[in-house]
Design a protein around this ligand. Structure first.
Ligand SMILES: [Zn+2]
Length: 221
């Protein structure tokens, strides 16, 4: 229960920080008459040493291929971050986790996920360290690659990244949020995604969180 409370608190604090930082950024950009450029809002990073433990759970009969890509998404993040330097260690865990993502298959079609899916709407977005990724309902399944991109996006939120805005090219782009210009959703983390991770955690990885961090936004230099 304590873990859940902490996760809820992190979620709430993160949401408030996202809203405030986005408003501040727009106000500053307008006051200085500078053109708005691609940016990303940031929430709160983990404040703990390596490694960051994660777990992929399931609800309903989720085909194995979805579990495979869900776990691969964590590897994609860590490999891309490690290629930039530092030690970004993510470890799959069954005995406790910092990030928990549940894959949902809804056979009976009673969930809001299913109603949105069958209506052709984009999946609802969750921000936080405990989230769900919808894979299908009523014998209909999302494309496995779309689920992988959804995983990459949710993992970014779990790290503390907010939406990519201002025309950014990013795996953190939300197609329904076009603040300051349409962004482009990519299939993998991009330069701005990886750069903004180093703004939160420092260039040396998860082991040494930036002690001077304040919730804000980031843009590429
Ligand atoms: Zn999002």
């Amino acid at each position: 229960m304590l873990v859940e409370f902490r996760a809820m608190r992190r979620l709430l604090v993160g949401l408030v920080a996202l809203a405030v930082s986005a408003m501040l950024f727009v106000a500053v950009a307008q006051a200085s008459h500078e053109p708005v450029k691609p940016y990303m809002t940031l929430a709160y990073p983990f404040d703990k040493p390596n490694p960051i433990l994660y777990k992929v759970g399931v609800q309903g009969i989720v085909p194995a291929e979805y579990k495979t890509v869900a776990n691969e998404a964590f590897t994609v993040w860590s490999e891309k971050l490690n290629a930039k330097g530092g030690e970004w260690k993510l470890v799959k865990s069954n005995f406790g986790e910092d990030i928990y993502i549940r894959l949902i298959y809804d056979q009976n079609g009673v969930s809001r996920f299913c109603k949105n899916f069958l209506a052709g709407k984009p999946p609802a977005d969750n921000v936080g360290t405990r989230t769900a990724v919808f894979v299908g309902c009523k014998d209909q399944f999302l494309d496995v690659n779309d689920v992988k991109v959804g995983m990459l996006h949710r993992i970014g939120h779990a790290f503390g990244l907010g939406p990519a805005l201002g025309g950014a090219v990013s795996v953190m782009c939300d197609s329904y949020d076009d603040r300051d210009g349409l962004c482009t959703r990519t299939n993998e983390p991009t330069e701005i995604d990886l750069y903004c991770m180093t703004k939160m955690y420092g260039a040396d990885g998860f082991g040494v969180p930036n002690p001077h961090y304040v919730p804000t936004f980031c843009t590429l230099p």
